[in-house]
Design a protein around this ligand. Structure first.
Ligand SMILES: [Cu+2]
Length: 374
């Protein structure tokens, strides 16, 4: 493998080009066109292809479907022969509403230009244009959260419905995007997936448009799950930041004192246009830039760890171990693409600890952070 700290330079040698290029390369199938995203600048090709994807004919008459009276059980506009009913909360459940927009934003991967773990400088620019989900106040009146990687964490309980008022607020990128959840129950209207001629209302939200998703929290939804873009250009948009988490609890369950979602993913030159690749946690690389998790002895700690790229990752915290879902003690479980593992323990070991992906080429290129216990 190439030294991940070496700048990416496709002209330096063919061997390096093949190695580094292959490491970050992927194919986007966009509206019937296959685009290779393999080297710096290739993201623009995928964006250009996505701009040409036509509104699916299945969405004729879509205006009525974009704004169903969510929670009232009103039927959305049929887009095929079958119609679907907007679900309502179970008795005792709530409508948990969010306003979330898709935006482009300048994002810096290593703001401190340092790796506090190895106590070295990380030179060079690490700023690129990310695509992200941003939480807004009711009616999209104002920003409620930052335009950041990852998007907001959504919280709900079994019996609730999560209602996401979603807006595509892209300014420069001319392409449809969506919000596709894992873990919750939804009918095809609220799947948030582009399916060509079979696309339903929630699967193609163009710049300036809004759509309201309604997702049910059923008993099988308990846990932490990712959401991400699943529009025509979903692979690229997800790789450059369009993802977040949703956490569903049993009714009345207590919230852990320390709870944090951690996304393990890489930001590679074909996606960012930067000279080198970064192994990231929540869009940031190297200890001091990645999330600093803090806890006190005796507190319940839950860390939801997601794989959010093409790789498998091994999540490790020094000084700690916990039980997996099968009841076995672990300290380095693996997560694959869009898979979640929850680290769950009562804190019993004070100190400055490192957490990191234990794939060695990932940990050394930034996929690490601090866990501080008083
Ligand atoms: Cu990893």
């Amino acid at each position: 493998m190439p030294d991940p700290l070496e700048p990416f330079d496709p002209t330096s040698s063919r061997r390096r080009f093949l190695q580094v290029g292959a490491a970050g390369a992927f194919l986007c199938t966009i509206g019937g066109e296959t685009v290779s995203v393999a080297k710096r600048g290739d993201a623009a090709k995928a964006d250009a292809a996505a701009a040409k994807v036509a509104r699916p004919p299945s969405l004729v008459g879509r205006a009525a479907a974009t704004k169903p009276a969510a929670g009232t059980g009103a039927k959305v506009e049929p887009t095929e022969q079958q119609t679907y009913v907007t679900p309502s909360p179970q008795p005792g459940g709530n409508r948990v509403e969010y306003w979330i927009q898709a935006v482009e934003t300048k994002w810096t991967i290593v703001p401190s230009k340092r790796d506090d773990w190895h106590d070295v400088k990380i030179p060079g620019t690490s700023t690129f244009t990310a695509t992200v989900y941003q939480q807004m106040t009711e009616g999209f009146a104002a920003a409620l959260g930052p335009a950041a990687i990852p998007g907001p964490t959504l919280h709900a309980e079994v019996g609730d419905v999560i209602v996401v008022h979603f807006r595509n607020a892209f300014k420069k990128l001319d392409q449809a995007v969506t919000m596709h959840p894992h873990g919750v129950k939804y009918n095809p209207e609220y799947d948030g997936v582009y399916l060509g001629q079979y696309t339903r209302a929630g699967g193609f939200i163009e710049p300036g448009e809004e759509f309201t998703y309604t997702w049910e929290c059923v008993p099988e939804s308990v846990g932490a799950w990712p959401y991400h873009d699943h529009g025509p250009n979903h692979t690229l948009n997800t790789f450059r930041g369009m993802f977040g988490s949703l956490v569903v609890r049993e009714k009345g369950a207590l919230v852990p004192a320390v709870e944090q979602s951690l996304f393990l993913h890489q930001l590679q030159p074909p996606v960012t246009g930067l000279k080198r690749s970064y192994q990231c946690i929540n869009g940031r690389a190297y200890a001091g830039n990645t999330p600093i998790v803090r806890a006190r002895v005796g507190q319940e700690v839950a860390l939801h760890v997601f794989g959010m790229d093409n790789n498998f990752h091994d999540f490790h915290i020094h000084g700690h171990r916990w039980k997996d879902s099968a009841g076995a003690f672990v300290d380095t479980p693996s997560v694959g693409p869009n898979e979640t593992t929850t680290v769950h323990f009562v804190e019993d070991n004070p100190g400055r600890w490192l957490y990191h992906c234990h794939v060695f080429s990932h940990q050394d290129a930034g996929m690490a952070g601090w866990y501080l216990v008083e």
